[in-house]
Design a protein around this ligand. Structure first.
Ligand code: UD1
Length: 324
């Protein structure tokens, strides 16, 4: 059996998936440039420090027989992508192209790609399914959609089979207490709330209170990172068993508003931190919830963390831990 290459395996989602893959008996090789990742988060397998945009790094990884690839490496901050689109097209599209080209040359059969619910863009539908039209409204989502398109076309023209996972809002931290979201300059709501809850930041801003949602604040489908890691192991097994190329939304089909998330953090932390109202953030949509029955049916997936307080508690405990 060949090895499994995980790009971005030292990052937030990648490191959880590497752990689940290792525990499931896969031999893993991680490539990560450590721009957002941390070497100590790689709990299994071989580690190669480098950028997948660098041919010599890919050559080194492919000295091994690679049976499957999970591609997490990329940039993920929506407002940054609006300010610096070239960074996103380079890190997310150009580098994905290089990796896919290498996979085609090396005859890799199974490829899992981390995409985003952002590809649906601003839609009238509150719950989106995989057959709904895509219409990204920020460069981050466009850069991911271009990679989805490349993968689809390459798979049609070769033996490569792929699974695209469109993540909704990934949050929470591993129950082992060793893995979670690190990094300075947090922009994601759950992270910002956790920092406010432990008094690492003085306040947080609600970006937009005039959306067409029940309380006027943005609604998202938050999925716990360990549920997402389970999904990737299921996806890999599926492809290695000969499954055909597929595209899946990854979420719980339930939405929580910014105000609801804040309330949950205040409950869990017993800290009534300061909250300010601010204008909408560029590139944001009002409401985005996954229709996820396709994933549940295909893999018999049973999510474990659909209770928002479990997600919030794990994010809060993690933040307390890394403060020490
Ligand atoms: C975005 C993408 C998502 C992607 C994720 C990866 C879109 C529509 N969504 O998530 O697909 O997986 O990035 O990074 O492109 N908020 C505040 N105050 C804050 C921070 C956030 O009010 O300090 C609000 C936002 O306006 C939004 C919600 O909280 O309504 C969630 O924001 P965030 O956690 O940043 O994630 P998305 O932008 O939804």
């Amino acid at each position: 059996m060949g090895k499994i290459l995980v790009t971005g395996g030292a990052g937030y989602i990648g490191s959880h998936v590497v752990k689940h893959l290792g525990q499931s008996g896969y031999e893993v090789i991680v490539v990560d440039n450590l721009s957002n990742g941390f070497k100590e988060a790689v709990k299994f397998g071989e580690f190669i420090e480098g950028d997948i945009g660098d041919d010599s790094v890919l050559d080194e990884a492919f000295k091994n027989e690679i049976e499957g690839v999970l591609h997490f490496a990329g940039s993920v901050v929506v407002p940054e992508s609006v300010e610096n689109p070239l960074k996103y097209y380079e890190n997310n599209t150009v580098n994905s192209f290089k990796l896919m080209k290498k996979c085609a040359e090396e005859n890799v059969k199974a490829f899992i790609f981390s995409s985003t619910a952002g590809v649906y863009g601003s839609t009238d539908k509150n719950i989106v399914s995989e057959i709904d039209p895509v219409s990204p409204i920020n460069p981050y989502a466009s850069s991911k959609l271009m990679s989805e398109d490349m993968l689809r076309d390459i798979s049609r023209a070769s033996d490569l089979r792929h699974v695209v996972f469109r993540y909704f809002n990934v949050a929470g931290a591993g129950s082992c207490g060793e893995l979670g979201l690190r990094g300075r300059n947090a922009t994601h709501l759950m992270k910002v709330c956790a920092e406010a809850a432990i008094k690492k930041r003085e306040y947080l801003s609600i970006f937009g209170t005039d959306y067409d949602t029940p309380d006027g604040t943005g609604v998202r489908d938050y999925i716990h990172v360990e549920d997402l890691a389970d999904i990737h192991v299921l996806g890999l097994k599926y492809l290695l068993a000969g499954g055909k190329s597929e595209l899946f939304n990854c979420g719980y089909s339930q939405g929580f508003s910014v105000k609801e998330v804040i309330k949950e953090f205040k409950n869990v932390s017993q800290n009534d931190f300061l909250v300010k109202e601010a204008p909408r953030r560029p590139g944001d949509v009002g409401c985005l919830i996954a229709e996820s029955s396709k994933l549940k049916d295909a893999f018999n997936w049973k999510p474990r963390f659909t209770d928002i307080s479990l997600i919030v508690r794990s994010a809060y405990e993690w933040e307390k831990k890394i403060m020490q």
